[in-house]
Design a protein around this ligand. Structure first.
Ligand SMILES: [Zn+2]
Length: 91
């Protein structure tokens, strides 16, 4: 895990204070990076200054929810902590 901007998921309100980089060990979330909420599995995008999490917009949403790597991350979260996934996100 690595430190993450202290922000909350806009879907469930879960606090995103840690992140597990999926592509580069030790990477710190940056503008435009994609995150999957560990609580509700929502696909989110880091945006703004200071960084905050927002929902993907327009075609970005379909692109991200169709990404196999993101789908794999969402499945891993569900398998590792199914009780945390009490919120369902349409995909
Ligand atoms: Zn969430």
């Amino acid at each position: 895990m690595t430190s993450s901007p202290n922000c909350r998921c806009p879907v469930c309100g879960g606090k995103a204070d840690d992140a597990t980089p999926a592509t580069e060990a030790g990477a710190i979330p940056a503008l435009g990076d994609v995150a999957v909420c560990a609580y509700c599995r929502a696909v989110l995008v880091y945006d703004g200054e200071p960084l905050r999490l927002r929902l993907p917009m327009g075609s970005e949403r379909a692109e991200l929810y169709g990404d196999e790597g993101i789908a794999r991350a969402r499945r891993m979260i569900l398998q590792s902590a199914p009780s945390r996934a009490k919120y369902r996100v349409a995909s």
